[in-house]
Design a protein around this ligand. Sequence first.
Ligand SMILES: [Ca+2]
Ligand SMILES: [Ca+2]
Length: 227
Amino acid sequence: MFIELRKCAIAAVMVAMCVSVASADFIDFSGGATSIPNNSLGGVNSVINVTTDEIISDLSVTIFDFRHTWVGDLTARIISPNGTSADLFVRPLTNLFFYGDSSDLRGDYTFIDGGDDFTAEAASRGSNSRLRNRDYQASTTNGTPVSLAAMFAGESTVGAWTLFLSDTAIGDIGSIDGWGLSFTSTPAPVASVPEPSSLIYFGLAGTLMLRRRRRRSVVVAESETES
Ligand SMILES: [Ca+2]
Ligand SMILES: [Ca+2]
């Protein structure tokens, strides 16, 4: 019994050491190229299958070689395996009477909390100028900021992540060369293992219960004998 308890205690210490070594992590995944259907509400979905199971505290989305000649045509959205959907941007400077900002996209664009104002950047560029390749804050309709950390914190990284892109106006067209997800995350929790001291306690308790059961069986035997 004592040897078995020592084995359990050593195993528990080893598990505790493994857990303590793991800390905040950073993992990276990339998906493929796609064209964006012109004037289509259905748009296109590009999927990245993440195989690492960690708990998200923050994430960023980068779209590589994003090309389009009229950013105001476009909506970009990221959807988690859990179904949480966050806009990256929605047709900048579009209203009922205006087809949105005419600036171009060329190059890599990252969406991350604390980034620049995407709509303000679009407004500052000319018709044939491109938005600069910078980090931008995700935003929804009318440029309202979206916190990606707040949207996805606590969710698991694992599963199918979808980048949705749509171009919902005629004329200008575009494509991407790929996209990537970067997570700030921590390892998913493992099943708790009792402390070595707890194991010794449970071992002693089990021994006492065994002894008590034996005593009871002896008493029953005696009473049966008496009757
Ligand atoms: Ca343009
Ligand atoms: Ca278009």
